[in-house]
Design a protein around this ligand. Sequence first.
Ligand code: ADP
Ligand code: MG
Length: 240
Amino acid sequence: ALENLHRIDTVVLDKTGTLTAGKPAVTDMIPNGISEVQLMKIAASLEKQSEHPFAKAILTKAGKLKLLEVTEFETVPGRGVSGIVNGVRYFGGNEKLMREKDICVPHYEELAKQGKTLLYFAAENGNYLGAIAAADVLKFDSVTAVETMKKLHLDVVMLTGDNEDVARAIGAQAGITHVISDVLPGDKAGAVAKLQKEGRSVLMVGDGINDAPALVTADVGMAIGAGTDIAMESAQVVLM
Ligand code: ADP
Ligand code: MG
């Protein structure tokens, strides 16, 4: 791994938990025809069973709010969650998930361009309950790290499952213009392979379950020590 590292010309950085702290917080509540508390109640109840950092952000914001019982909970990888409350199926997740369920939702471009991720909540019958925006912050040393890589003439790429507006906003904060967004968990390795086919020697840096295949595919895989066990098992280098 150390010998291969000096041949690297491209560094692919995962966004959430690698460039950013990975601890997003709720910034805006945009209920649609209901109160903020009602929106939060459904959202937090659905997200209670999810492991995703966005789910944690919503539960933190919900605080001691009394939650509803959710049955038939499901995770929709790269998209969001779903579950049944009082006999009605609800969905929570990104625009892609809403589109797939034929639920019409606003775009909120302004918020997305500030780097805020929008999580939409709706009932299966198309009743749109509203959106919750959450924002993550860069790690304090991400900007310096990216600058240093550029000085070493490395091409720096950011890879994320988040949407393009948010990815570009966070990329701009970190000094990265080469951004690959809307990548499903199963496609991260493919994105790395595509860069390799262009003749690049790729270092992948990540922390999540969804980064593991990409860490194995890259010429060198590097895991964040505070990340998931599977990322550390898959990588050749673990940053302490
Ligand atoms: P990333 O780690 O880069 O955010 P993921 O594949 O985990 O990528 O998620 C992609 C997108 O799917 C997220 O940006 C979010 O919009 C949506 N999503 C995933 N999990 C949840 C969840 N539990 N609740 C709401 N939205 C979610
Ligand atoms: Mg991550």
